[in-house]
Design a protein around this ligand. Structure first.
Ligand SMILES: NC(=O)c1ccc[n+]([C@@H]2O[C@H](COP(=O)([O-])OP(=O)(O)OC[C@H]3O[C@@H](n4cnc5c(N)ncnc54)[C@H](OP(=O)(O)O)[C@@H]3O)[C@@H](O)[C@H]2O)c1
Length: 504
């Protein structure tokens, strides 16, 4: 079992939503599993003043604190609160004193993980301030000292701002000290993609343009903007989801086998995929290969819901897309000619993330006229969330006289096979950062490669006439225009069809 080294974990944004919903519960789980050795957690914020007030505040925010109060109370002894303003350098001198005091009291080495769970505008100033008070430095790690930072998405707003941010960070620390988080990479099912592809002899031989007809990657959310309009109005579906999570799913699905399971060899292969994305050739190309959408009013679970333009803090004439579908090609030997379809939207009928690989139909329609449904779809569906697992759809003879074939499924379900809860992505990622393993974090060149594509799409949209929004009803599968983008004729018996598949 991997166990972290002794370290001080500094949570900037300790009073925020991410800390309460994900980070503290993840640290609690790791502590319960004895994967954190004598942790010291220092939460930073302004909303409360003292550790006592903070623990009372966090008790109300964190679900597990209420559910497992006795164990939580024990865990809470590892938490100290530091009241400070991260935008002022003077407060970092006090932060340094707090960290050093904790390290002295708990006999901890100067091993420090700084988690930036704050608005991205603070990434550069925090790093500057940490460096100027000597809390981080360009490292030459020793056995007993290191400093690492974890930064949340979004990393930049486009390629230029991401490069500028990288410049600020690289002025102060080395790339290997920077852990850019994309929590999708911490999901078991995404990591299983590597095991599925490279630990089996069965799938890799057909994982290419000789056998695959197309690939669909879908991230569907049933929620709307949920009070995050200030951020979302500037971001939209392309920047919020496609540029990061979906590009990571694409890269992990399409990458070549790495020469070893090591951070840089894996990331080298991913970045090759991202660089191989064919860029659209002007606005017409963008118009033909993408569909933008924005949700209007509708019904979710039988309840009336308002449209995006009526959400709090949203411009009533907003042109921010809450849905994007895109067709793209990878100019690589393995994937030449295979279309990849990416689709993401808010207020779709259900929350689900999946990767569907559609294999080519047999060269001869031998079973034509025998009741075969469609072309007897050979489809591999990897369910990232929920109901994590993998389903393979293929044709089988229907029992009885004659030769009738229909599509059946073979299913692997994580819960049923392994009889244990799937750990939260943040658990794995926090532990990896403490262990110094950056494999599941995004390297600077990956960020640049993903912005290259997203910027090209955004540039095309900027040159096209404004879209007619809203153009899909909340609770539907998105704008009807998207249907023309995706391939048709893939019929799977109802009840077993992967999410949204019939619409294609
Ligand atoms: N929430 C999520 O599920 C989620 C998911 C993925 C990524 N993220 C990313 O994670 C980051 C944080 O998101 P969030 O939802 O947790 O935001 P949030 O709830 O608005 O929390 C912001 C945090 O920043 C602190 N803060 C703001 N200004 C400060 C200052 N001058 N000095 C000290 N602390 C300051 C706030 O502390 P005080 O209020 O106490 O001052 C608060 O703890 C963002 O980059 C977001 O994009 C969040």
């Amino acid at each position: 079992m991997d166990r972290s080294e002794k370290a001080t974990i500094v949570l900037f944004g300790g009073t925020g939503d991410l800390a309460a919903r994900k980070l503290l519960p993840a640290l609690f789980s790791l502590w319960k599993e004895r994967r954190l050795i004598d942790p010291a957690i220092l939460a930073v914020g302004r909303r409360v003043k003292t550790t006592e007030e903070y623990l009372a505040f966090i008790d109300q925010q964190v679900d597990v604190a209420k559910k497992e109060s006795a164990r939580w109370a024990e865990f809470a002894k590892t938490i100290t609160f530091h009241h400070g303003d991260i935008s002022t350098e003077e407060d970092f001198n006090q932060l340094k004193a707090s960290i050093e005091q904790i390290e002295r009291e708990k006999s901890l080495p100067a091993q420090r993980l700084f988690y930036y769970a704050v608005s991205p505008r603070f990434i550069a100033p925090i790093t500057e301030n940490l460096a100027s008070v000597g809390l981080i430095k360009r490292d030459s790690p020793t056995d007993t000292t290191w400093e690492r930072i974890i930064v949340e998405k979004p990393f930049g707003h486009d390629a230029a701002s991401a490069a500028e941010l990288d410049g600020c960070l690289h002025d102060r620390i080395n790339e290997r000290q920077i852990y850019r988080i994309d929590h999708y990479l911490g999901k078991e099912t995404v990591q299983n993609l590597l095991a599925f592809r490279f630990a089996n002899g069965l799938f890799e031989p057909v994982w290419n343009n000789n056998f695959v007809e197309h690939v669909q990657i879908t991230v569907a959310e049933s929620i709307g903007v949920e009070g995050r309009a200030d951020y979302y109005e500037k971001s939209g579906a392309l920047r919020d989801m496609m540029q990061n999570h979906m590009m990571q799913l694409l890269a992990t699905t399409a990458m070549e086998p790495p020469i070893a399971l090591e951070a840089d060899t894996i990331r080298d292969e991913k970045v090759k995929v991202l660089r191989s994305i064919r860029l659209p050739n002007g606005p017409t190309d963008v118009e033909l290969s993408t569909v933008r959408g924005q949700y209007g009013p509708g019904q979710m679970d039988g309840k009336e819901v308002i449209g995006y333009r009526h959400e709090e803090n949203v411009d009533p004439n907003s042109l921010t897309p809450t849905y994007v579908a895109a067709q793209l090609y990878l100019d690589s030997w393995r994937w030449a000619g295979v279309p990849f379809y990416l689709r993401h939207g808010k207020r779709l009928p259900k929350r689900a993330t999946e990767i569907a690989i559609k294999f080519q139909t047999p060269p001869l329609a031998l079973f034509r006229g025998t009741g075969v449904i469609g072309n007897c779809t050979n489809l591999l569906v990897i369910r990232i969330q929920p109901n994590e697992g993998i389903t393979l759809y293929f044709g089988a003879k229907k029992p009885g006289s004659g030769m009738k074939v229909s599509t059946v499924e073979m299913d692997f379900d994580y819960q049923k096979s392994f009889h244990r809860e799937i750990p939260e992505a943040y658990e794995r990622l926090l532990l990896d950062a403490l262990l110094g393993d950056p494999t599941l974090f995004i390297r600077s060149d990956e960020v640049a490669a993903t912005w290259r594509w997203a910027d090209a799409i955004q540039k095309g949209w900027d040159q096209l006439p404004p879209p007619q929004f809203p153009n899909y009803i909340s609770g539907s599968w998105g704008p009807s225009m998207a249907e023309s983008l995706f391939p048709s004729g893939n019929e799977i018996p109802s009840g077993s069809c992967p999410m949204g598949w019939r619409r294609f």
